[in-house]
Design a protein around this ligand. Structure first.
Ligand code: FAD
Length: 299
């Protein structure tokens, strides 16, 4: 049976069986101890295992029960901040780095999906950014120029996004974005980690992190993992309560899934430039391999 933390439910929660792992009840050792079994921790563990390292992954819940099972799973080079804003904050080089790193992340997921033959509905799709009514009319022009300077040279301005229920007006079309089914993907990563000799422990809360040779992770139940390196992949870090937390603000995204007749919304990613912004994607539902009469629109 799948188990989840938190009160909210997402459309993914029944999409993949949630592999079960034991609680850590003794001392252990590995090259790397990764704390957090969301997409960040499991990807790190997967890549390290492929590189020949021994890994131990600890999570205080079941695996992928944090943000990863609540994401809308748009895989994008279109970020929450506009590229012209990133240029102001970090210069042209910084904006380029942001574009390159997100493109590399999507490419990496695509490569892993192919190499591991993961059936997770990964698909390259176009993304459309259009103006919210209260935004300056030249915003898209400025963003087009900045996106191209950041290396997204195939970005173009089109008269409107594909027909959703209203006319978006002019939109920026970003090519080679992607979408996938996140829990099918991370469940397969977990299996591959275990096949590669990695060990995963759940219901295991990490409480204390000590550097040195060896570095040590202590758990609430009193076990110690000794390792060469520790990776904190807990989303917001739990090893230091000042450096990042002092710069963080809490925001909440609300997502609803709406059944729509198949074919009524063209498959793409869509965002507006509002604050807060709105974004949507489509999730095709299939019953026993046959296409269903309804898709789910994630808003
Ligand atoms: C509604 C919503 C929509 C989103 N949409 C998108 C989107 O479209 N595209 C996109 O790119 N991103 C999106 N995101 C963001 C994305 O989902 C997250 O960035 C990503 O899932 C974070 O993964 P993670 O592995 O870093 O963290 P999590 O998935 O949160 O994993 C962290 C894990 O660490 C564990 N943990 C925490 N503390 C400890 C401890 N002390 N000891 C042991 N374990 C611990 C937790 O139990 C958890 O399993 C969205 C997020 C939300 C909430």
């Amino acid at each position: 049976m799948n188990t989840h933390t938190g009160q909210s439910t997402s459309v993914w929660m029944t999409s993949a069986p949630q592999p079960a792992f034991p609680k850590l009840s003794h001392d252990e050792g590995a090259d790397v101890c990764i704390v957090g079994a969301g997409i960040a921790g499991l990807t790190t563990a997967y890549l390290l295992t492929k590189a020949g390292k021994t890994v131990i992954v600890l999570d205080d819940g079941p695996i992928f029960s944090g943000e990863t099972e609540r994401t809308t799973a748009h895989l994008v080079t279109v970020l929450d901040k506009r590229y012209f804003e990133l240029e102001q904050l970090h210069g042209e080089g910084g904006a380029k780095l942001a574009a390159e790193s997100h493109a590399a992340a999507i490419d990496t997921i695509e490569r892993i999906v192919c190499e591991e033959r993961i059936d997770c509905d990964f698909e390259r799709v176009d993304g459309y950014l259009f103006n919210a009514p209260d935004q300056p009319p030249d915003l898209l022009d400025r963003e087009l120029a900045a996106a191209r300077r950041a290396g997204l040279t195939n970005t173009e301005l089109v008269d409107r996004a594909p027909p959703i229920s209203f006319d978006t007006g002019r939109a920026l079309r970003f090519q080679r974005q992607a979408q996938f089914s996140p829990l099918k993907y991370v469940a397969a990563l977990a299996q591959s980690i275990v096949r590669g000799g990695g060990r995963i422990f759940t219901d295991t809360h990490a409480t204390k992190f000590t550097g040195g040779k060896p570095a040590k992770v202590a758990t609430r139940a009193g076990s110690i993992v000794s390792c060469e390196a520790i990776v904190i992949a807990t989303n917001t870090p739990v090893n230091d309560w000042l450096i990042i937390q002092a710069k963080q603000a809490a925001y909440r995204s609300y997502v609803i899934g709406i059944a729509v007749p198949t074919g009524t919304v063209p498959k793409a990613l869509y965002w507006d430039t509002g604050d807060p912004y709105h974004y949507i994607r489509l999730l095709e539902t299939k019953t026993s391999g046959t296409t269903s009469a309804q898709d789910i629109l994630l808003v």
